[in-house]
Design a protein. Structure first.
Lengths: 323, 253
């Protein structure tokens, strides 16, 4: 195990009030895997990552990172991990090469070793061409590549990435995913936080879904989605939300039903039905609604997504958070 | 040894940034130049009067240098706030770099530019030919400047970590530095002040720095002010660097 935590907890005190940002998190991250922490803003993702990367001290709980105890041997943890924060951590008036060499030297490399390693890293992140330009001239994607390059300068066993693709355009985002995958191929384990469902789904070998400072589900994306089981039918109704819910909730092909708030503009409330077999459920469902005189505004059938997992665990949609 | 090496690394990075942006070094020199040419002439009739026994310019210029050290160092925290926001400090805190070095390297870089500015100002004043310069004294005076700058840079960096915003930083620094400057006798010697104000000044470590700078500038190397300034400013410097380093190590950016 690269990371093992037991009851990790962080309480922030602000203006006399105590806020529990992380309430007892148990996590296990294996060598060489991409592990994701998925959750909405304010769920405690970043706080958890900051504790594990020695930036803040846990209020309670224990963690072993890369074989070193976080509380008693944070210096050893720092040597073995790389960390790329949300802001990145580059300065506009410095060249990429200077900053990389400096980073290497902060990890104890000699000037010559650091220069050699910097050239390698620049090459592999396709930054050689801009290496001697000030960072302020970089595009968003180039800057993000430099951020990661800085994080892996010392070839860490484990790399922390805090929201690696937030604010990137779709193309840079795809590039970033490729970078993460190629890092994993070279044996670096990656611990990342994200609030993007597709990112967690496409990139992570395993993930933990976190909400209000607690892990609500953990597993491979596939296993998590399987737990939801079957298919999801989303039915949009106007006005008759409650009636439709009661009616459909009684049908034995419906395993579970969740209703959303009506959209203020259109008045359409979406009911999400978890069914075993979408194809056979649809006609029955339509018949039932028709029989009760309810005309659905829309019907959608889809495979369960990570959002359905989140919805099932928390009763809220990650998508609706609007981030 | 690791601390020394790391301090050197942080220092050289900070110096590189300073050298890439020489504009502000010049800007910091402009204010004292204004004082030298637009205010100092007002003092020249005071030559030989109480508080100006060593000559008007010989009294005013050392004070001006301490003032420059004061403002030059007190505002270095602004650069740190920008670095905090960009995540630079966070990135460095995750490396095994010594926590003290992160602080000391930046402080020393600020002190280096302050000492260079002080030297530039003395040369400039000497070139005007309106004052006698006792060079060995100037050398020792630069050590006082160094201590003063060191202490204030540490305060400024520590405050930056605590406040994390330029909007809070500017008024805080001004509120702190203005009275310190006014009751240190930088503009006019404190002997001209009413006795209650003189009593207050005696609690101001910068008062000793200014008087020590004046004594050294005029060649009075044995003045009591010299050891007093060294002790007070030096003691405060150690204390405040320790405080700022702790803030640095625990910073929640």
């Amino acid at each position: 195990m690269l990371i093992e935590t037991k009851g990790l907890k962080k309480v922030f005190k602000s203006r006399g009030k105590e806020v529990e940002a992380v309430r007892g998190v148990d996590l296990a991250v294996k060598e060489g895997e991409v592990f994701g922490l998925l959750g909405p803003n304010g769920a405690g993702k970043t706080t958890t990552m900051r504790m594990l990367s020695t930036l803040i001290e846990p209020t309670e709980g224990r963690a072993v990172v890369c074989g070193h105890d976080l509380a008693t041997d944070s210096a050893a943890v720092r040597r073995d991990i790389g960390y790329v924060g949300q802001e990145g951590g580059t300065w506009g008036e410095v060249t990429a090469r200077d900053e990389l060499v400096m980073q290497g030297r902060l990890y104890g490399m000699s000037k010559r070793t650091a220069a050699k390693r910097a050239a390698e890293v620049l090459e592999s992140f396709q930054l050689s061409e801009y290496a001697d330009r000030n960072v302020k001239t970089y595009s968003g994607g180039q800057k993000r590549r430099l951020d990661i390059a800085l994080g892996i300068m010392h070839e860490p066993k484990l790399l922390f990435l805090d929201e690696p693709t937030t604010g990137l355009d779709p193309q840079s985002r795809a590039h970033m995913w490729d970078e993460v995958r190629s890092l994993r191929e070279r044996g670096t384990a990656i611990f990342l936080t994200t609030h993007y469902l597709d990112e967690a789904d496409a990139l992570c070998d395993r993930l933990a879904i976190i909400d209000h400072g607690e892990v609500v589900a953990e597993g491979t994306p596939l296993a998590l989605k399987k737990e939801v089981a079957g298919d999801v039918v989303a039915v949009g109704v106007v006005g008759d939300g409650e009636k439709a819910r009661t009616l459909l909730g009684e049908k034995d092909f419906v395993r579970e039903i969740e209703s959303g708030e009506p959209d203020p503009a259109t008045g359409v409330a979406v009911l999400r039905l978890y069914v075993d077999e979408g194809a056979t459920a649809l006609p029955e469902l339509l018949r039932a609604l028709d029989g009760a005189g309810i005309a659905p505004a829309s019907i959608e059938l889809h495979r369960p997504s990570l959002d359905d997992v989140f919805l099932k665990q928390t009763g809220r949609s990650l998508r609706e958070e609007g981030n | 040894m690791k601390i020394l090496r790391d301090t050197w690394l942080v220092y050289s990075r900070a110096m590189l940034l300073n050298l890439k942006q020489p504009v502000w070094l010049i800007v910091m020199l402009i204010q004292p130049i204004y004082f030298l040419f637009l205010f100092a002439p007002l003092l020249e009739p005071m030559d030989g009067m109480p508080g100006f026994e060593e000559g008007a310019m010989e009294t005013f210029v050392p004070g001006l240098i301490i003032m420059m050290a004061l403002f030059g160092s007190a505002f270095v925290g602004f650069g740190l706030i920008a670095e905090l926001r960009q995540g630079v400090i966070e990135r460095m805190r995750v490396t095994p770099v010594s926590r003290i070095a992160l602080m000391l390297g930046r402080t020393l870089a600020a002190v280096t530019s302050t000492v260079f500015q002080a030297l530039a100002l003395v040369l400039l004043a000497a070139l005007t030919g309106r004052l006698d310069v006792y060079w060995p004294g100037v050398g020792l005076m630069l050590l006082i400047v160094l201590l003063t700058g060191f202490m204030l840079a540490a305060v400024s960096l520590g405050l930056a970590i605590v406040l994390k915003s330029e909007d809070a930083m500017a008024p805080t620094i001004n509120t702190l530095v203005q009275p310190i400057m006014l009751i240190s006798g930088i503009m006019l010697p404190m002997v001209m002040a009413p006795s209650w104000l003189q009593n207050v000044a005696e609690f101001n470590p910068f008062y000793y720095a200014v008087e020590a700078a004046r004594a050294l500038f005029s060649g009075d190397l044995g003045s009591d002010y010299v050891w007093q300034a060294t002790a007070f400013i030096g003691g405060l410097a150690v204390l405040l660097v320790w405080w700022a380093t702790r803030r640095f190590a625990r910073a929640v950016a």
